[in-house]
Structure formats: C-alpha cells, structure tokens
Design a protein around this ligand. Structure first.
Ligand code: AKG
Length: 301
C-alpha cells in the first residue's frame, strides 16, 4: 500500500539523514540549505542544527514548505513552547502559533501588526524568558518588512569599560506593559489587556549581564522594549544608562538585517540577540507565523 511504503521510505530517510550545509553569514547567523523541516530530523541532524544554532545565534532556513503542525513539531525539539499573552492573535487551532501581520479582515487585525516596533528579546518580561523564536514567512510585502538582529554577546564584549563597571552585578526590571501602553496610544487596534492578561505579565527582574546556559558566553541582557529600569539607581540615572546601553547594542557592526524571501523560516536565540521589525508600508500585506521556545531562568554572569 502506498501509505505504508511511504512510511518505510520515511524511516529509511530518517536513518540516512539529510545532507544539509551550514554557511555562516557575514555579521551574525548562518544559512542552512538543503534541509527539509517537514521531515522529522534524525538525532544526528538535530544535534548538528542545535550546534549551528549555538555557534551562530541565528539560523535561516530557506524554501520551507511546512504545515503549522510541522512548524510546532520542529520548534518543540528545542523545548516546550510558550503561548503569547495576546491570545486573540493565535492561529486558529494552534495556540502555539502567534500571527504577526498588518492584514485586517472586516476591519479587524488578524495578527499583531506592530510586533517588534522596538528592539527586544522575546518574552524577556517573563520569569522564564524565551530560548528562541521561529518566525516563518507566509506572505511578504514587495518592499520593506526586514527584520534586524543585534548580537548581544558582541555588545557586551565591546561595551566601554565605564559602562561595564556601571552595570556589572546589577539587575534590571523588565515589563510588558510600559511600551504596550505607548504602542496602544499610537494604534487604532491594539486591544486593552484584560485582568487575566495583566496577571500574566507582572514586571520581573533579571541580571543585566547574563551567562548563556549552553555556551557560557556573557550577554548584555537589556532591551528597549521591555527593560524599564536598573534596580538600585535613581530613575534619571537608570534612564540615562539604559539609553547608552541600547545605543551601543545596535551599532551597525553588531547587526544583521534579514531580507525575507518566500518561505524563509528564521530561528534566533533570544539569549544572544535582540531584534527589531523595521516596518512594512500599511498597504502591503505581510503575514508571519511565530512559535516561541521556553528557555530557563537567566543566569547572572
Ligand atoms: C517578534 O516576533 O518578536 C517580532 O519582533 C517580529 C519581527 C518581524 O515581524 O519581523
């Protein structure tokens, strides 16, 4: 029977594995070609992908043809998935997938239109932030829609000594609601957070300099979207210091700009990079699906 033959072929393929290549990108990240994420990765291939992820902090998989369930299955290889607090933008039947889109249907947004308007690390406002996010291009605009990524290990390594001294050993507050209110004030569609949603996003505190749990590399773990203050400093001093840290983090030499191609899937390490959606003209539809893998409690460096 065709169905059982296919299963046998799949099993054979799983044994053989996929002969994909990992090519480093100039600034940050690597592109993986000749891999098919709709197929279950065998253990050896999974370990190769995981090592590439740790070495390069960001992986670009081109020309993927995967279903929402296959997107979820691949993401789950790296850990449990986190459900975004804005549950109104889940893909129907797949709560693990957040829709990021500027498309409106019957005047209602189908997704989070301005996700990534400020530099951030996904879910740094949670006690347990994210290990990584997997963003899959479903509909791309003819212009715009790039995503920028900044290497926060490099940001830490190149931070001037006086700023290193100012933050070493310190902790910072991360909160979802501060910039949410700002974005809501500018937007005609951002929903008001319900009491249950507010309960999910209470401010948390993380070390400013963290150690990556797998690579041991130190990272500057602050971002413009969610980091609201450095604990123990007067607010004006904290604001001034954060502005300097944010400006340093996104210097062009730290940044990779991803220009999306149809069916790209990009997987980035939220413990190593921050990112920004550069924006899409309102009249050009853009739709992306995102899963978010849970990490661990950030370790102080
Ligand atoms: C996110 O998923 O956190 C974003 O910032 C979206 C990035 C993008 O849409 O390019």
């Amino acid at each position: 029977m065709a169905a059982s033959l296919k299963t046998i072929n799949d099993l054979v393929n799983d044994e053989i594995g996929q002969s994909f290549t990992v090519n480093a990108l100039p600034a940050l990240g690597a592109e993986i070609t000749h891999i098919d994420l709709s197929r279950v990765l065998n253990h050896k291939d999974f370990l190769r992908v995981k090592q590439a992820f740790l070495d390069h902090h960001l992986l670009v998989f081109r020309e993927q043809d995967i279903t929402p369930q296959q997107h979820i299955n691949f993401s789950r290889l790296f850990g449990p998935l986190q459900i975004h607090v804005l549950n109104q933008f889940q893909l129907q039947g797949y709560p693990e997938i957040l829709i990021i889109s500027n498309i409106k249907e019957n005047n209602n947004p189908i997704g989070l239109g301005d996700a990534g308007a400020f530099w951030h690390s996904d879910l740094s406002y949670k006690e347990i932030p994210s290990l990584g996010s997997l963003l899959y291009a479903r509909q791309l605009p003819e212009e715009g829609g790039d995503t920028h990524f900044a290497d926060m290990h490099l940001a830490w390594q190149t931070l001037p000594a006086h700023l290193k001294n100012a933050v070493e050993g310190r902790q910072a507050e991360h909160t979802y609601i501060k910039k949410y209110a700002e974005l809501q004030a500018r937007s005609s569609w951002r929903p008001k957070l319900t009491a249950a949603q507010l309960e999910e996003v209470k401010p948390v505190v993380h070390p400013v300099v963290t150690r990556h749990p797998d690579t041991g590399l130190n990272t500057l773990f602050v971002n413009e979207n969610f980091t609201s203050r450095i604990i123990g400093l007067p607010q004006d001093e904290s604001d001034d210091l954060l502005v300097q840290l944010f400006a340093h983090s996104i210097k062009p030499q730290n940044v990779y700009v991803h220009k999306w191609q149809d069916n790209d899937l990009v997987f980035w390490d939220n413990r190593s990079v921050i990112h920004l959606a550069a924006g899409t003209p309102d009249h050009l539809p853009r739709k992306m699906y995102r899963t978010t893998v849970e990490g661990t409690s950030p370790l102080a460096a």
